[in-house]
Design a protein around this ligand. Structure first.
Ligand code: GDP
Ligand code: MG
Length: 177
């Protein structure tokens, strides 16, 4: 990764969480490499990806951690969250259960995460309009109640992916600077 060589002002760690197969790995590959895989297998091996982002006159290296499939067994440990300043909490808007499980993910975040962690709620797969099981309003309401940012995305169509990550990164920058 040649971005390692660039001079950065800050290094931020952020984590991806949410149920299995909601699109976490594809959101990250879209953001870090502009890649998408229709047949994507559970993440194996890759632990995190980097992308450098300019915020104002600062160059920020965002280190974004992806689960290696542990979410299937609800076996994400505290070390995954350690030092994370941001979390992207993802559900699949075509599967209601992944939205209903957000409560558990938020509990886990509050338990393991930093109290001032920036949390972004992401409803992914907005391209699957006819399969939608969670309205945009449901997502927005939950986010309002939890006082977190909300956005719908499509990793497949590359819709709002950049916006979701950049919001999280610029919020982290705001809080830490
Ligand atoms: P993860 O388990 O949360 O990391 O989910 P993956 O990124 O592995 O994606 C699970 C499945 O959903 C794969 O078949 C992806 O191709 C598909 N997928 C991910 N994002 C989208 C999206 O935005 N739209 C559609 N239609 N499929 C997606
Ligand atoms: Mg994955």
């Amino acid at each position: 990764d040649d971005s390692f060589d660039e001079e950065c002002d800050y290094l931020f760690k952020a984590v991806l969480i949410g149920d299995s197969a909601v699109g976490k790995s594809n959101l990250l590959s879209r953001f870090s490499r502009d890649e998408f895989r229709l047949d994507s297998k559970p993440t194996i091996g890759v632990e995190f990806a980097y992308r450098n982002v300019k915020v104002g006159d600062k160059l920020i290296k965002a280190q974004i951690w992806d689960t290696a499939g542990q979410e299937r067994f609800r076996a994400i440990t505290s070390s995954y969250y350690r030092g994370a300043l941001g979390a992207m909490l993802v559900y699949d808007l075509t599967r209601r259960a992944t939205f209903d499980n957000l409560k558990k993910w938020l509990e886990e975040l509050r338990h393991f995460g930093d109290s001032d962690m920036v949390i972004v709620l992401v409803g992914n797969k907005s391209d699957l309009v006819h399969k939608r099981e969670v309205s945009e309003e449901d997502g927005r309401n939950l986010a309002e109640n939890e006082n977190i940012f909300f956005i719908e995305t499509s990793a497949l169509e590359n819709f709002n992916v950049e916006e979701a990550f950049l919001h999280m990164i610029s919020q982290i920058h705001k809080i830490t600077s």
